[in-house]
Design a protein around this ligand. Structure first.
Ligand code: NOJ
Length: 720
């Protein structure tokens, strides 16, 4: 059978080498700087056909002008692919990814990605470098904020929902953008939590913990994947043939575009695996990288590599075809101006802000609420809002605000004032986020006079203290914030005023003292554009909190990496026995376990049951548990389903997450939460790292979070 030549094959046949390499090159337009600025004006290269892709350009007018040059003035009239980092919103900024993960709600993950895609596309852009699905178990690593937290199951769920949301049902739609799952892979376990450092983990951890999210993104149809900057046991991911070509393209069948990270191909020289740009380009091309972002290594290195026979033209063409196919799938050949041709209606933008407020509220994690300090009484009349994050609207956006710079973000102070028009809200910053100046502390404490009914203490990191290149060796409250907190807590105790601490952070912070002394503690992460309203919604009780931490909070940095899915070991912790796995100077247990978070209700779990006492690999096990809200307020409970395989050919983790569901109940109401467990999901990687389904007993543990003491257990016998 003769397969007719596609438009793209014909086009490739007409291209010069310089034009081909242009299609494999992406450079910045300098609108937004997301790395060292190493490229100048791109207009001439677009015109002469030697540049086919841009990043960091926004605004339909600018994008369309660049497209016009490409499709009207360049010889082959190939449209540009324009990408941007839309990590948690484009202009409307949603909560940071770690905060969104805290909602444990796939509908929310998909919705915010969909809304981001519509807003991004309205700005003319066709590609986002998201979702970031790197599992992080080390809070020192700043990029923890950009990702899904510590759990592989959760990361995979988020990956799926985000790809669906960004790409929609039709990638060619003027409201869809191409997703880029990143950073492939195992970027999170960088040595010492230090950004860009080397990674060295076992093949089992790689496959069990770090690859599932990427496999999920591929199965959901992600258009692109970005390799991580890092090396894995000495092989930089940008040159990792076994993982890019054999695993991604081979095992998973990924046929989309692999786009390098910023200048990563040239950085193969610093990694120490290439001595010049020719070798670097060869390594990346051979490994399967299609687009060279910002390194200019393909343009500079591949002509010589071809001449010397180090790569073939077929290998180059393969990449060109993939890039052109993506442009075709995005509908760019049919109409390069399809994105950004319509201005979004005001109602659409307003509705999006409502989504930001709703999701912002749902991503807050209430980790302490003694004596029902929250919500505020309805007749509250005087509040003190203290701390450097209280009136810091810029910080609320978090570290990756994309194009959201001009948006009016709502500070905590503004949100509370709007929510409580009858109340007097007094405010002092006390100290700056990070400074040695303590001069303002006394005046801040002096605000706590007799009339103040509650103090909202807003503490935490500046947005830029997490994110890329933001590892911290001391992930605590920066500057003199502890001195401020101590003074406020002391005065509040003297005057009998409850303190509600609100913590802004891109990672768990080491603050056991604050958790002990504050009456209530809300982990707000960075809630985005609508931060202040979202926080006010929860503090005033308009919304009952429902967020759960997607990452374990250690008591001490020395516990790092601390995650719920550890193995038992041969000598599990026993306080009576010195020679067991524990610290001399700290408990093993976390400050807050994975999944922890309170609501304004109180839930009792009873009657856990499973549909069958035994299961084969084809079966689906129905799991049900009854819950009663014994509290005084309506609330939504998040229910976790873990499994434990106590005896297997390879020691399994103490707990493995397999499902999450939610139920909203009024005071006194009882309901049933139902979950499904496919027995096939109880397979694990055997001694040979191949999936096995081993007969024997498996425990199904259900409850409010990953503290084993709070879980109830049912048992199922697996049959081979
Ligand atoms: C570097 C970051 O690692 C990556 O996440 C991002 O997409 C690129 N820069 C482009 O800004």
């Amino acid at each position: 059978m003769i397969v007719p030549m596609s438009m793209i094959d014909k086009l490739t046949g007409r291209m010069t080498l310089a034009e081909k390499l242009g299609q494999l090159t992406m450079t910045t337009s300098s609108y937004a700087v997301t790395g060292p600025v190493i490229a100048g004006d791109s207009t001439d290269s677009i015109r002469n056909g030697t540049l086919g892709n841009l990043l960091n350009l926004v605004g339909a007018k600018h994008v369309h002008e660049m497209q016009r040059i490409a499709v009207e003035e360049s010889r082959l009239r190939i449209p540009l692919l324009i990408g941007f980092d839309v990590i948690h919103g484009h202009r409307t900024i949603f909560p940071v990814p770690l905060a969104e993960a805290s909602t444990f709600d796939p509908k929310i993950w998909e919705l915010t990605a969909r809304e981001s895609a519509r807003e991004t596309a309205a700005d003319g852009i066709a590609m986002t470098f998201a979702p970031m699905v790197d599992v992080s178990r080390d809070l020192r690593w700043g990029r923890t904020v950009e990702g899904p937290g510590e759990d592989p199951w959760l990361a995979a769920e988020i990956a799926r929902a985000k790809v669906r949301g960004f790409q929609g049902a039709d990638l060619a739609s003027p409201e869809s953008v191409a997703a880029t799952a990143k950073h492939f892979c195992a970027y999170g376990p960088v040595t010492g939590g230090r950004e860009y450092a080397s990674v060295d983990i076992s093949e089992r951890t790689l496959r069990e913990v770090h690859l599932p999210a990427f496999a999920a993104a591929v199965r959901a149809g992600t258009a692109a994947i970005m390799p991580a900057f890092t090396d894995l046991a000495g092989i930089p991911l940008t040159a990792h043939k076994a993982l890019l070509r054999d695993y991604l393209r081979g095992e998973l069948g990924f046929d989309g575009v692999i786009v390098s990270d910023y200048n990563a191909i040239r950085e193969l020289i610093q990694h120490g695996v290439a001595s010049n740009v020719v070798e670097a380009a060869v390594l990346a091309l051979k490994a399967g990288v299609d687009i060279d972002m910002m390194a200019g290594a393909y343009r500079d290195g591949l002509p010589e590599a071809l001449e010397r026979g180090l790569v073939t033209m077929d290998e180059v063409d393969e990449c060109v075809l993939r890039v052109l196919r993506l442009k075709e799938r995005l509908g760019l050949f049919d109409d390069p101006y399809r994105r950004g041709s319509r201005v979004e209606a005001v109602e659409v933008v307003t509705a999006r802000r409502r989504v930001a407020r709703d999701v912002g509220g749902k991503s807050l994690v209430l980790v302490k609420n003694s004596n029902d300090a929250l919500p505020f009484r309805a007749d509250i009349r005087r509040i003190a809002v203290i701390g450097p994050l209280a009136d810091a609207w810029r910080e609320m956006r978090g570290p990756w605000a994309a194009a959201g710079y001009e948006e009016p973000n709502v500070s905590v102070l503004a949100g509370l004032r709007a929510a409580l028009p009858e109340a007097q809200v007094v405010h002092a910053e006390g100290v700056a986020i990070s400074s040695a100046d303590t001069a303002g502390i006394a005046a801040a404490a002096d605000l706590l006079d007799d009339g103040v009914e509650v103090v909202v203490l807003c503490l935490g990191e500046a947005a830029e203290m997490s994110g890329e290149a933001s590892s911290r060796a001391f992930p605590e409250l920066p500057g003199e914030q502890r001195a401020l907190a101590d003074a406020v807590l002391e005065r509040a105790a003297t005057n009998d005023i409850p303190v509600v601490a609100t913590l802004f952070c891109g990672r768990p912070l080491i603050v056991p003292w604050l958790a002990e002394k504050a009456d209530a503690l809300v982990v707000a992460w960075f809630p985005g554009t609508e931060a202040g309203h979202a926080i006010a919604d929860v503090l005033t009780g308009r919304l009952s909190p429902s967020g759960r931490t997607p990452i374990t909070w250690p008591r001490a940095l020395g516990q790092t990496p601390l995650f719920y899915g550890q193995r038992n070991s041969g000598r599990p912790e026993n306080p009576q026995d010195r020679f067991t796995s524990k610290y001399l100077d700290s408990a093993n247990s976390p400050l807050f376990p994975f999944g922890f978070g309170l609501t304004y209700g109180r839930f009792a779990y009873t009657n856990l049951r499973v549909s069958a006492a035994s299961a084969t690999v084809e079966d689906t096990i129905e799991v049900a548990v009854d819950l009663t809200n014994t509290g005084a307020r309506e609330a939504e409970e998040t229910i976790f389903m873990f499994v434990r395989d106590r005896v297997a050919s390879v020691a399994r983790p103490l707990l493995e997450l397999k499902g999450v569901t939610k139920i909203a109940l009024k005071p006194g109401e009882t309901g049933t939460a139902r979950l499904q467990l496919a027995a096939a999901d109880l397979r694990f990687l055997g001694l040979d790292l191949k999936p096995v389904f081993e007969p024997g007993e498996v425990e199904i543990l259900v409850g409010p979070h990953a503290d084993p003491a709070r879980l109830t257990t049912a048992r199922v016998m697996l049959q081979g």
